[in-house]
Design a protein around this ligand. Structure first.
Ligand code: CP3
Length: 336
C-alpha cells in the first residue's frame, strides 16, 4: 500500500508521506526548458508526450516524494466545454465571456473527446514503473472556484466582484453544468489510473455569508466528494482560506483536508478528526535552510500523533530554488 493510502485508510502516521501542490512547474529548470518551446499553455496541457514527462519530472528529481499530480489545470474544464481559455504571461488566465446556450449543448462525448489527451496522459503516467508504488493524483477545481473563473473571466481580486453573484439564474445553470462535467472529468481520470482525487477550491475564502457558503461551496462540493467516494478512491479537499475548516470537514467529510498557511495548525489538530495535509507557507522555501527546517519541524511536531500528509499551504512558488525543495523532502523523511 502506498504511504499516502496507509495514512488515509489505516490512519498510520509512522512514516509521513510528502508531495507538493504545483510540484511540476516553473521553479524547475527542466520544466522551463519545455515551456519555452511551448508558448500555448492549454496546448501544452493537451500534449500527451509532454504531460507525462512534465508530471514525472519532480518524481525523477526528488526520488522520495510519494505522489505524482498530473500536469494539467483546473481550467481545462471550461476549455473542454468550449469556453476559450488563454494564459497571459505575468497576468494569469483570461477567459472569453461564457455563452450558456453554447455550453449547454456540449455532449459528454464531445467533452471527453476535447480532453482525451489528458486522459491518455493519465494512462501513460500510471503505467510508468517509477510511479508504481506511489499515488497518481487526478484533480479538479471545486465548482465555486470554476464558477468564479467562468463568470469573472480572470482571477478575482481579494474582494469578490459583486457581478459574480449578481445573476442567480446564470449561477444555477452553470453550477448544474459544472457538476455534470466535473464528475465526468473525475471519472475519466479514475478510469485511466488516478488513485486519488484532489479538489482545489482556491477561492473558498472569498465567501463569508452562511447561506452563500452553503449554496456555493458546501452543497456542490459534497456532491463531488460523494461521487469520488463511490469509486472507492480517496478524496482530498483544499478549501483555501475557508472561514471554518471544522464545519467544512463535518459537513463534507472528505478523506483528507488540505489546510492553508493562514490557519493555526494547533487549532486544526485540536478540532479536526480526519487526516490533514499541508499548511507550510510556500514563502518559507524562499528563506534559508535553517528557517525551513525549523518551520517544517514545527508542523511535524504538531501533527506527530495525527494522520498527516506533508505538503504546503498553497502551490510551490515559481521563484523557489529546487535545492530547498530537496532539503524539505529530506527533513520530512528523516524526522523521528
Ligand atoms: O500541482 C501540479 O504540479 C499540477 C499542475 C497544476 C497547475 N495548475 C499547472 C499550472 C495544478 C494542480 C493547477 C491547479 C490550478 N490552476 C488552480 C488551483 C490551485 C491554486 O493554485 O490555487 C488554479 C486556481 C488554477 C488556475 C491557474 N492556472 C492560474 C490562476 C494560473 C496562472 C497563475 C499561476 O499560478 O501560475 C495558472 C497557470 C498554471 N497552471 C501554470 C502551471 C504550471 C503556470 C503556467 C506557466 O508556465 O505560465
Amino acid at each position: 500500500m502506498s504511504l499516502i493510502r496507509n495514512c488515509i485508510i489505516e490512519k498510520n502516521n509512522n512514516k509521513i508521506p510528502i508531495w507538493f501542490m504545483r510540484q511540476a512547474g516553473r521553479y524547475l529548470p527542466e520544466f522551463r526548458e519545455i515551456r519555452k518551446k511551448n508558448p500555448n499553455f492549454i496546448e501544452l496541457c493537451l500534449n500527451k508526450n509532454l504531460v507525462p514527462e512534465i508530471t514525472l519530472q519532480p518524481i525523477k528529481r526528488f526520488k522520495l516524494i510519494d505522489a505524482a499530480i498530473i500536469f494539467s489545470d483546473i481550467l481545462m474544464i471550461p476549455h473542454g466545454l468550449g469556453q476559450k481559455v488563454e494564459f497571459k504571461k505575468d497576468f494569469g488566465p483570461i477567459l472569453n465571456k461564457v455563452d450558456i446556450n453554447k455550453i449547454s449543448k456540449i455532449s459528454e462525448k464531445e467533452f471527453t473527446k476535447n480532453l482525451m489527451p489528458v486522459y491518455d496522459s493519465m494512462k501513460i503516467i500510471s503505467s510508468n514503473e517509477i510511479i508504481k508504488t506511489k499515488d497518481k493524483i487526478g484533480f479538479v477545481g471545486a465548482p465555486w472556484t470554476l464558477l468564479v473563473y467562468m463568470i469573472n473571466q480572470k482571477s478575482p481580486k481579494k474582494k469578490i466582484a459583486k457581478e459574480i453573484l449578481d445573476d442567480n439564474l446564470l449561477i444555477k445553470s452553470l453550477l448544474n453544468i459544472i457538476d455534470r462535467f466535473t464528475k465526468l472529468h473525475i471519472k475519466n481520470q479514475i478510469d485511466n489510473g488516478a488513485t486519488l482525487i484532489q479538489i482545489f477550491d482556491s477561492w473558498a475564502g472569498l465567501l463569508k455569508k452562511e447561506n452563500e457558503i452553503s449554496e456555493l461551496i458546501y452543497n456542490p462540493t459534497l456532491s463531488l466528494v460523494n461521487y469520488v467516494k463511490s469509486f472507492n478512491v480517496p478524496v482530498i479537499c483544499f478549501p483555501r482560506e475557508i472561514k471554518n475548516y471544522k464545519e467544512f470537514c463535518e459537513i463534507i467529510k472528505p478523506d483528507v483536508v488540505n489546510i492553508d498557511y493562514n490557519v493555526n495548525p494547533k487549532e486544526i489538530v485540536k478540532n479536526i478528526k480526519i487526516p490533514v495535509q499541508g499548511g507550510l507557507d510556500p514563502k518559507i522555501l524562499l528563506t534559508d535552510k535553517e528557517t525551513l527546517k525549523k518551520e517544517t519541524i514545527k508542523y511535524l511536531e504538531i501533527f506527530k500523533d495525527h494522520p498527516y500528509i506533508f505538503n504546503l499551504g498553497h502551490g510551490v512558488l515559481p521563484e523557489t530554488n529546487p535545492g530547498m525543495v530537496e532539503y524539505l523532502v529530506q527533513t520530512v523523511k528523516e524526522f523521528k
